[in-house]
Write a protein that binds this ligand. Sequence first.
Ligand SMILES: [Fe+2]
Ligand SMILES: [Fe+2]
Length: 365
Amino acid sequence: MTALSKLALVALVDPSQTRRDEVGKALMSMYRLQTYADPSHALAAFKVTLPDVLLVDDGVTSGHGADFIKLLHQDEVLRGIPVVFVSHGPEERARGAAQRAGTDKVLVKPYRRSTLVACVSGILNEKVEERWEHLPELQKKALKGTVETFNRISDVIATGEPLPFGVVTDSCKPLVDAINNNDFKSIMDGVKYHDNYSYAHSMRVATLLSLFGRAAGIRGKLQEILAGGGLLHDAGKMSIPHEVLNKPGRLDEAEFAVMKSHVTHTVQFLDACEDIHPSVRIIASQHHEKIDGSGYPNGLKDGELNELARMAAIVDVFSALTDRRVYKPPMDPVEALNLMSGQMKNHLDQHRVGLFREMLLDAVV
Ligand SMILES: [Fe+2]
Ligand SMILES: [Fe+2]
């Protein structure tokens, strides 16, 4: 079994090529996806590998998608797959049809990308998100609000419809309040096992960047903006296929070019949003630049690097090293800090790396 196979597998049975492509685009950065026009091909594949979530369109076998679900339910093994019935509205009709087919999960056509992402991610993260329900109100709100904002990003990418920045900062406010009460550990723990890696990483960056900002004397609205910048800094990764995003080991030149393009995608996404704070754009556009000029996309160096972006680069590298990935366990924080002041000495602002280290010693992360 390869490391990548640990990523959740989503299957779609849908006769429409257009919809199969569309679902592929929406989910490509997060999951492995297998699509089938023909339900008999899907059944044969499920005998080999069970998907973690299955989407069945009502148009399968000339409008008999429900019959296909019933067929699955007759099989002792296949009946355990969580099935979403994808059906035309109105919602009540679609829900009724889904129930008759034997599932309570329904996606009403036409749907937004964010609804699709939230539906699949909600099923895969049911257990993780269920645990959030038992957290105190503030921490629960921080997690639920940010995951919702994060899912909405896919709509902006799909339609170019703007995401008001107020929505982002509002969802980050409980996170910042928890940070300022020094009670954010449960938020960090809450995202640890979330299977949307981009969300988990972005939340860790949002939390640490806002905490770092606080340690540097930043308060109030700007602290919320920093959290928002952390949440959005990699938004463009939603346009990068998971094979590149989650590849263990070194990327080849072509793959690295694709990976690097996430910065341009993020900036394009931010430019499509309303009233984005300029600091958020700077954080996103410069978080992979390095002090010695070897970073991307513009090879900026020394004084050309904005102060907030220097902080973001430190937080981003620290998070990437200490994140849990499908192909690697998290690196020990002290080991990560040593690497950042050793091997990566010329990449990161060392004065600020020192401040970051001190801050982490004070905080329980
Ligand atoms: Fe990035
Ligand atoms: Fe990042």
